[in-house]
Write a protein that binds this ligand. Structure first.
Ligand code: PMP
Length: 376
């Protein structure tokens, strides 16, 4: 059977077999973790085990780990539940942070997509009202990593709390909640081989958090609703496997070298900053991202145009816009993202398909230009 070269891990990583098996086992067992009978206790054991596995992956305490329906919910919960009315966010945060705090003050990033720390310091100093600062660990479009240690240092000095959306970093680079020193940390199972629809918010003990839904006392009264036992079990199994670090940076670099050989003008967004070794974002001059995604899909290669989370809508990337990339160039930017099951063959297929589109387009450009030249 022909299987596509799947290079869209920042959207969703394929489910790891261990996660599938753990889910099947938990779903087969059934039961409600809040029931006191044997079936309930069995379900509770799946949730408790997963809580330990997920907490271990990010150096957190199991008791500080709240299961949610994904990182969108985790981000909403932190941003809306911190009790802070003054919120500072970077211009490259995910919509699940930006839209949860439409009143937030937006901090600029530089041309490489890195937060302007002087702007953060000035914003913190501009008001005595204690703030929540929301800064992501790594960007979903470019893979650019933010200086969280500096953010925490500046925020602490100003009495601010820090939320970190670590969705794109977890399972790809080591993430340690204690060492980062943030107050809230969001993660999502499906970005590193767990199932979709499950995530977690880690909350430092003693830090405020008001729940955003009311109901039963699940998750120590911090997130009401019967736990998604199957999904949580899969999340835990994926987390345990993700303790083994990924090593695909070499493949990403080979891809960029090959693309630069095809056209030396091509720029890799954020390449001047610290980036995840799993992500590459670049544009084919004059060809929309949509055209590239479709052409590559026909060639059996899955990649995405900017952020895939906006329901298949291809829209101008706010991330590249914030980095000062001109609108027409941003409209031609694609994102290639690798993960736990990426191989050299995937990259080779991508390079071949991308190059053949490039040649088709540049040849037709040349023939258009020469026919225009003849007509003139
Ligand atoms: N934050 C970032 C940086 C993301 O990339 C995503 C997923 N696109 C989310 C949050 C939302 O995660 P989920 O799909 O689990 O709601």
């Amino acid at each position: 059977m022909f299987s596509p070269a799947y290079l869209d891990h920042n959207a969703t990583s394929p489910l790891r077999p261990v996660a599938f098996d753990a889910m099947a086992e938990a779903l087969r067992a059934g039961g409600n973790p809040s029931s006191v009978h044997g079936a309930g206790r069995k379900a509770r054991a799946f949730v408790d085990k997963a809580r330990r596995q997920v907490a271990a992956l990010v150096g957190a305490r199991p008791g500080d780990t709240i299961f949610t329906s994904g990182a969108t919910e985790a981000n909403n919960l932190a941003v809306l539940g911190s009790g802070r009315r003054r919120i500072l966010v970077t211009a490259v945060e995910h919509d699940s942070v930006r839209r949860a705090a439409p009143q937030a003050e937006v901090l600029p990033v530089n041309a490489e997509g890195v937060l302007d720390l002087a702007a953060l310091e000035a914003a913190l100093a501009a008001s005595a009202e204690p703030a929540l600062v929301a800064v992501m660990l790594a960007n979903n479009e470019t893979g650019v990593v933010q200086p969280i240690g500096d953010v925490v240092r500046l925020a602490r000095a100003a009495g601010a709390l820090v939320h970190c959306d670590a969705v794109q970093g977890v399972g790809k680079v080591p993430v340690d909640f204690q060492a980062l020193g943030v107050d809230y940390l969001s993660l999502s199972a499906h970005k590193f081989g767990g199932p979709t629809g499950v995530g977690a918010l880690i909350v430092r003990s003693g830090v405020p958090l008001s729940p955003d839904r009311l109901g039963g006392g699940q998750e120590a009264n911090r997130r009401a609703g019967t736990e998604n036992v199957g999904g949580i079990a899969g999340f835990g199994a994926a987390a345990a496997e993700a303790m083994t670090p990924l090593n695909v940076t070499g493949l990403r670099d080979e891809l960029e070298i090959a693309i630069a050989k095809i056209d030396s003008r091509i720029r890799f967004y954020g390449a001047g900053a610290t980036r995840l070794g799993t992500t590459s974002c670049f544009a084919m001059p004059g060809v929309t991202a949509e055209t590239q995604v479709m052409a590559l899909d026909l060639a059996g290669v899955c990649i995405s145009a900017g952020a895939a989370c906006s329901s298949g809508k291809v829209q101008r990337s706010p991330v590249l816009t914030a980095m000062g990339v001109p609108a027409d160039e941003a409209a031609s930017a694609i994102r290639v993202s690798l993960g736990w099951n990426s191989h050299r063959a995937d990259i080779e297929r991508l390079i071949e398909a991308w190059q053949s589109l490039y040649i088709r387009v540049t040849k037709s450009d040349i023939s258009h230009t020469s026919s225009r030249a003849r007509a003139a």
